[in-house]
Design a protein around this ligand. Structure first.
Ligand code: NI
Length: 173
């Protein structure tokens, strides 16, 4: 396994719609990317990481939002598609491509997502709470959408101002 470099906003790859993972892309090369992404996410202490965040413009992400018993729940979702969502949750959100920035974001409370696993098999995942928030956030990354775009206009302006300050002091690369 190897650690990958996480790109920060406003790297163009984060603002680009990623392309689907094709049927002949499944195999050792993809498995390596996935295990490297898990390692990169764990060392950055994140709960989700999408391929565009490591500079790979493909529609896939990894996540590990612990279940109610606090156990690890590692998931790989390739070519994710949200097929159902309902309810609403309001809470703090962060992103590994926005180091140190946390902001309140409104999201749906429950999602059902259809995707493929690393073997190319179709899977369906049904989640609520933080796991649902994570799935929505990471699926957005596949669409070139960052959590800044999901904030209210006022919070987005505050966030952008803070990023500018951090860029000036060199804390944001
Ligand atoms: Ni993110």
């Amino acid at each position: 396994m190897a650690q990958l470099k996480i790109v920060n906003y406003p790297d163009p790859v984060l603002l680009t719609v990623a392309r689907p993972v094709g049927p002949d892309e499944f195999g050792p090369h993809l498995d390596k990317l996935v295990s490297d992404m898990f390692e990169t996410m764990a060392s950055a202490r994140g709960v989700g990481l999408a391929a565009p965040q490591v500079g790979v413009s493909k529609r896939l992400f990894v996540m590990d939002v612990p279940n109610e018993s606090g156990e690890s729940d590692r998931r790989v979702l390739i070519n994710p598609q949200i097929v159902h969502y309902e309810g609403e949750q309001v809470g703090d959100e962060g992103c590994l491509s926005f180091p140190g920035l946390y902001q309140v974001v409104k999201r749906e409370a429950r999602v059902i997502v259809r995707a493929q696993d690393t073997f190319g098999n179709e899977i369906e995942v049904d989640k609520t709470a933080l796991a649902a928030r994570c799935i929505l956030h990471e699926t957005d990354h596949c669409d070139g959408i960052v959590f800044l775009d999901r904030m209210t206009a006022l919070k987005r302006e505050l966030a952008k101002r803070k990023i500018k300050q951090l860029q000036k002091t060199g804390e944001w690369k």
